[in-house]
Design a binder for this molecule. Structure first.
Ligand SMILES: [Zn+2]
Length: 447
């Protein structure tokens, strides 16, 4: 008899190299703790703080400080050279196979690729621009034949001061950048996202609704019973607010008005905790909860965890794998499997393979005169309309709404004329969509 499987899904918020000069670090410490830090930002003072038994009178602040300046959390991959050196190690078959799942297979990564766009200042020297991080990783994964890995969606909304190191939550304030990223990836790389990892772990109503149009899967829930909200930068649910969402590793469909509640939206949200950060970390206890759920329900369970490529990932992988092994040994009646995120969602929701291929979404697109007709030839759309990406002869990228055909016709229309673009202004037009199983259909319009 087939045992239930705990799917071990490693999501990487993939953002390229990052530097943190000492002045930036000392500012961040002050802002995160909500205190005035009366030290000059020098290496000597940092080491002093790291070795001091007590800095603040308040014990809790002292403990939080220790977590932020933990040397393991301060070692960054500062250049592409350092990122590449790490990738060459951890993408190798040799490294992946140091960790074997119940089926004898090695470690799998899910790379959520970020474009740092819309920013005007860049104190941490990140890779700014469209497709910078994206192209590097696509090339690297191809060169290392990392076909078992998947590439997915990650987006950082643009903050008011447009600094690349500042967190923000509003998709609506960033719609230009958002559309540009999707259009450019679709047109230039034939790529369309299926699984979201929320930037700064944060979903809000506007991103909840945007995602619901295109992406059937979302690994962003960080609900934790004893959530540590003591950090000043996370108080009152500021960033990554998952209070009230399921914390037992079950999947759920969110509510239209509140992404944390169970509701009638079609997107499926999985839980995804951090790997060795200052809070919301995965633990042996959390792994045991997942194995227990699989054992009691006899169903597959999704366990997501996440880190960044700007830190040395092997240390965090080895730490988390140790936790997994410790938990797994108590559950011989449950298997565990390193999974790509789409396969894991499918298995845990309970879609069978025959259904997934029989119902596979297939779009067609035909230009007749100035009217583009897009039809769902097989299966069903996940969201309400396909995504259209337009590249003009002046190399600008655009998206727009479709006109809907007759109700239930599964047809969509777009007219190219003086109100949009005339045909002679077009270079490339592509249309993409997903179905609820995470199948993607992309068609290029014959101009
Ligand atoms: Zn991020």
């Amino acid at each position: 008899m087939k045992k239930p499987v705990v799917h071990i899904v490693h999501h990487v918020d993939t953002e390229g190299p990052m530097c943190e000069p000492l002045s930036e670090l000392f500012t961040r410490v002050g802002q995160t703790l909500g205190v005035e830090l009366d030290f000059l930002p020098t290496q000597q003072n940092l080491e002093l703080l790291q070795s001091a038994s007590c800095v603040f009178k308040d014990k809790e602040t002292d403990m939080l400080l220790k977590k932020i300046i933990d040397p393991a959390l301060l070692s960054f991959n500062k250049s592409w050279y350092e990122v590449e050196e790490m990738l060459d190690r951890i993408l190798s078959a040799e490294y992946r196979n140091e960790f074997k799942d119940s089926f004898g297979n090695g470690w799998i990564y899910n790379w959520h690729l970020l474009d740092h766009v819309g920013f005007t200042t860049n104190p941490r020297r990140r890779e700014l621009g469209y497709s910078g991080v994206f192209n590097f990783f696509l090339d690297k994964l191809k060169a290392t034949k990392s076909d078992q890995d998947s590439t997915q969606w990650h987006f950082h909304p643009v903050p008011f001061n447009k600094a690349a190191n500042i967190s923000a939550t509003s998709y609506l304030n960033s719609t230009y950048e958002l559309s540009q990223v999707v259009c450019r990836r679709l047109i230039d790389a034939n790529w369309f996202p299926v699984v979201n990892r929320a930037g700064f772990h944060t979903v809000r109503p506007d991103s909840n609704w945007w995602l619901e149009q295109w992406l059937p899967f979302d690994a962003s829930n960080q609900s934790l019973q004893n959530d540590n909200t003591a950090f000043a930068d996370n108080i009152n649910g500021r960033f990554g607010d998952w209070r009230g969402a399921p914390d037992d590793w079950s999947l759920y469909n969110p509510d239209l008005y509140d992404w944390r509640k169970k509701g009638s939206l079609k997107r499926t949200i999985a839980r995804c905790l951090n790997m060795n950060t200052r809070f919301r970390n995965i633990s042996v206890q959390e792994f045991k909860k997942a194995f227990e759920l699989a054992k009691s329900t006899e169903k597959d369970v999704y366990v997501g965890f996440t880190n960044h490529d700007f830190r040395e990932m092997s240390t965090e992988i080895e730490l988390v794998h140790g936790m997994l092994s410790e938990a797994a040994k108590d559950y011989p009646e449950v298997d565990h499997k390193f999974s790509d995120t789409i396969s894991a969602f499918r298995a845990c929701i309970g879609y069978d393979n025959e259904e997934i291929s029989k119902e596979k979404l297939q779009l067609s697109a035909e230009l007749s005169g100035t009217t583009l007709k897009v039809k769902v030839e097989n299966g069903d759309l996940f969201g309400s309309q396909p995504f259209i990406a337009i590249k003009t002869v002046s190399n600008t990228y655009h998206t727009d709404n479709f006109d809907f055909g007759e109700p239930d016709s599964k047809e969509f229309y777009y007219t190219f004329d003086y109100l949009t673009f005339n045909l002679e202004q077009l270079k490339t037009v592509k249309v993409a969509a997903n179905d609820k199983y995470g199948n993607t259909s992309i068609v290029t319009v014959n101009l």
